[in-house]
Write a protein that binds this ligand. Structure first.
Ligand code: PAF
Length: 288
């Protein structure tokens, strides 16, 4: 496995390899969620490249950029064991050179939900993702569905700007108790870790109601709020039921289905999660 710390080293690797290149962008602190993306890339592509870059531009001024977990040697060991070909570990000055002023803004899709709670976040994500895609020039790039809005923003960006990379969505990986894997789970005390399962319990309760026939998204949001409200260590930031493509809020679940997204604080840690709401058609709907 080669480790490229400069753009020049990455370009030299890219120029020398042939076949389909699969790319997994990460901020390090790797867990099984990241490794599931790497494994999928390994199965589908001749070459696999991973980037590790904690992107300052996607963190707000009061967020955890400084304390974000970093353990490069552990990450490199994990990636080596997965048969990754190249790991790109750029310095901040390589991604944001002196005088950097060129930003990518994805409108509409990036406005609500995470975009509203974390102003500037998606501008940082879109800019770094476009830069990484330009540098690595992969045929395929792998993104987790846990960051659902990020996935949609990246798909839109690639379509709008004609980037020749197929974006491959990959399912969220969960702990046995339902907690979605996240690098930020490392921050939890044992008590908070237990409380953090409330996100999935709330989403699962909404899914359950939807499968039983509930179509009102206001009522589904109330189900989520009430489950989160029962956990004293958790505080809901937002819950939304939205169109799975446009991420605009919807009032009723129809045959297109919807996505229920939420963000909540557990102690000082902010987590996001989501579930697709795919209604099983009732008898009346089947006839329609
Ligand atoms: O999902 C992440 O880890 C980051 O947002 C990404 C895509 C690596 C961009 O920094």
């Amino acid at each position: 496995m080669q480790v490229a710390e400069t753009i020049e080293a990455l370009r030299a690797w890219r120029a020398a390899v042939s076949g389909v290149v699969g790319f997994v962008p990460t901020m390090g602190a790797l867990h099984d969620g990241h490794l599931s993306l790497v494994r999928r890339a390994r199965r589908e592509c001749e070459r696999v490249a991973v980037s590790i870059f904690v992107n300052p531009a996607q963190f707000g001024p009061l967020e955890d950029f400084q304390s974000y977990p970093r353990d490069l040697s552990r990450d490199l060991n994990l990636l080596g064991a997965e048969g990754v070909d190249l790991v790109f570990v750029p310095a901040q000055s390589a991604i944001y050179p002196e005088g950097f002023v060129t930003w990518v803004t994805v409108e509409r899709l990036a406005k609500r939900w995470e975009g509203a709670s974390r102003p500037g976040h998606f501008r940082g994500v879109a800019t770094v993702v476009l830069k990484l895609l330009n540098l690595v020039r992969p045929e395929r790039a792998y993104f987790g569905e846990k960051d659902y809005q990020q996935l949609r923003v990246v798909e839109r960006l690639v379509r709008d700007l004609g980037v020749p990379t197929a974006i491959v969505p990959c399912p969220t990986v969960r702990e046995p108790d339902g907690l979605a894997l996240s690098s930020r789970n490392a921050y939890f005390s044992p008590e908070e870790r237990r409380a953090a399962t409330v996100l999935w319990r709330a989403l699962a309760a909404a899914l359950d109601e939807c499968v039983k026939g509930e179509r009102s998204t206001a009522r589904l949001c109330r189900v989520v709020k009430s489950v989160i409200g029962e956990e004293p260590l958790a505080r809901l930031d937002y819950v939304a039921v939205a169109d799975p493509e446009t991420l605009e809020p919807v009032k009723q679940i129809d045959q297109r289905g919807a996505v229920c997204c939420l963000a909540a604080w557990v102690g000082k840690v902010r987590l996001i999660d989501n579930v697709r709401l795919e209604p099983v058609p009732s008898k009346g709907e089947e006839r329609a």
